[in-house]
Design a binder for this molecule. Sequence first.
Ligand code: MIG
Length: 801
Amino acid sequence: MSRNLNETLGKLLSFEENKHGIQLKADNATVEVIVYNDAIINIQVCKDGQEAGHSYALVAEAIPTSFSVENKRDKIILKTPKIVLEILKKQIRFSFFTLDGTLINEDDKSFGCSWLGTEATVYKKLQADEKFIGLGEKTRGINRRGQAYVNWNTDSFAYRGETDPLYVSTPFYIGIHNDQPYGIFFDNPHKTTFNFGAGNDRFAYFSAEDGIINYYFIYDTSIAKIIQNYAQLTGFMPMQPKWSLGFQQCRYSYYPDTEVMNIAQNFRERKIPIDVLYLDIHYMDAYKVFTWNKSRFPNPQKMLANLKKMGIQTVVIMDPGIKVEESYKTYKSGMKNDVFVKYPDDSCFTAGVWPGDCHFPDYTNPKVRKWWSDQMKEVFKVGLEGFWNDMNEPAVWGKEIPALIEFDYEGEKASHKKAHNVYGLQMARATFEGTQQHLKKKRAFVLTRSGYSGIQRYAAVWTGDNVATDDDMLLGVRMVCSMGLTGMPFAGYDVGGFVGDADKNLYIRWMSIASFAPFFRSHSMINTRSGEPWTFGEEAEENVRNYINLRYRLMPYIYSAFYEASQTAMPIARSLTIDYPLDGNIYRGEFENEYLFGPSFLVCAVKSTAMFSKIYLPKGEWYYLYKDNFYEGEQEFLFETPIDKLPIFVKGGSIIPMQSLTQSTAEKPTNTLDIHLYWGQNDHVFEYYEDDGTSFEFKKEQYCKRAMLFNSEEKSFTIEPKIGKYKSHFKKIKLYFHGFTLDKNVKVNSRNKKIKQENFEFIVPISHFDPWYQDPDTSKLIEDLPFVEFANTNESVQVEW
Ligand code: MIG
């Protein structure tokens, strides 16, 4: 009978302190409380007979941390330098407090850790003011309160604003209560449910179909730090090849080779910057991985070389399903090496995907991952440096894989129920390891559709088969921000919509917004309208070129933001909840599609049909990008939002490095770095970062880092001495002052320099239909400072006004 009714952790029988925390014994379970570091406490609850086992998400080990344990009559109090944990003895319950006694998070008073059969649940009291954000690639609004979600990686073709689950499972969320942000990472790969007070007003809970209760409670002073702590546990995004930050054009599918070259030439002739073209499933012979369709692509090596000469990389799709066909090399090798997942009776699991009947490599086996990496040898011979993992949920024609299928799981053996959600993560890992094995000195790019916590260590993630509507465009913006909150800074969506046809305006707006997405790729489905900029007519082409140009000119800024993400997990597309978590306005439906791109640009994603939009500017000072009009924050405004002007605002105090326009990241810009300074009351620091963009030499200090500081009170801008051995490409800087009142000379390293006046347009006006720039009071004057010897000196540069 107890199997059917809720069972809780019960009372404390005994406890013991150890070097990482405490071990508690309850009626029918053992609890390990592990102080992971100052800011993280891990709670592991194993029922009799259960073991923690391998985690694919985790990369960190507990760091010995000082903590104290106090044994009181009714409770145990454990203190780290940042968190106070109280454990009630009568019925084991956990409550977390700040050092000064503010409650952050507490178990439901009766349930706490509970079980219903094999299903394990943690019930947390739902606090009146509590908000919930994160959980990665999830639909709906940014505040997840009142919602419930399931984690079970699913091929969700044409998903919409309410669909759940999708392709990626990252069981980590951030809550905010009593003005305190905290994170909970529930590292259980089984099908899990997160309920944030949906259908009840008593608790927020997370539960797993099976397995142990294993969660990490993170508390720190800011949301940024909580994300960083989560990345400490699950890993950081490695530095990406710079080309993967450029614009990417995809289509299901471009073929034959002449068509691919034609697309490439069109981009170059029309002067629309681009770095990557994609080959979807039709490049293969009968959809067989590691093969080429010889009539469509007679000489892939030559085609790839020609594209590279044009500054364009090629990325190819790879599905996990291996066609069952005696004459197919990869199949034969797979059978010989026993790499495929099986039924418990030792026969291979077969299911239909693109090539027909397929077997599926067991990427949870280290030997199979090595086998996959070895198979990739062939693809490097033709010159590939980028790979796209699709269908790795794994998806078999929209159906469920039988639960009894068995996986190696690093030798621990697991059924599909446990291995399903990590399958995509392990395929991406095998692919990433293949690139490391063969490309050696070069950074490669891997894109994946499916994943689990930790996926950022191997691949960028795109949000799958979205639909071409305004609502779905905005949904993608929120999903990418949510992924940023969940340790995945390199994320993007199919620009233009995968399913259905975007009209001209939707396409323009989507491309404008996506110029400010971390991963920037246009893609569309077979038998729908293709997404090359010129296919939407001249107006679209000009608009889209403008925004792609802007992205390329912002490359020094974007690259620095990617570097920061690789170090601290600070996302590139930043949910406003990171910097303004306590401002209720940013959670409002009408404003929840606004986000920061890097530290400085407030991007307000608005519908293509909106000619006027309500916009909320959070605390601070803001400049309208196109005209430099100044606004005080914490107010809402009604703005004109014509299709050629995505509402973008620059934060006061910002320091924005830019370069001259190039057609790809392979092309060198001029040797002048343009630095834009925006006046603001508060001081700002920008960490400028530069390296060769392709190799791993940066690990040997082959980088150039320079801290740039704006000091409002002292009226100065300082570039600190270079750190690192890399010789910057830039020889000069040009400083642009926005919003300053400069009347006389400016001092550079104590010498007087004259100020010039020059207009700087972030977007080139589209003259024939846009009256915007005819207005004489338009572009605020921008002063231009003569060049300063910049890089490769170890001196600092000091500008005063
Ligand atoms: O069954 O490879 O999400 O981006 O173009 C569809 C064809 C398989 C799904 C991916 C999509 C890709 C498509 N794939």
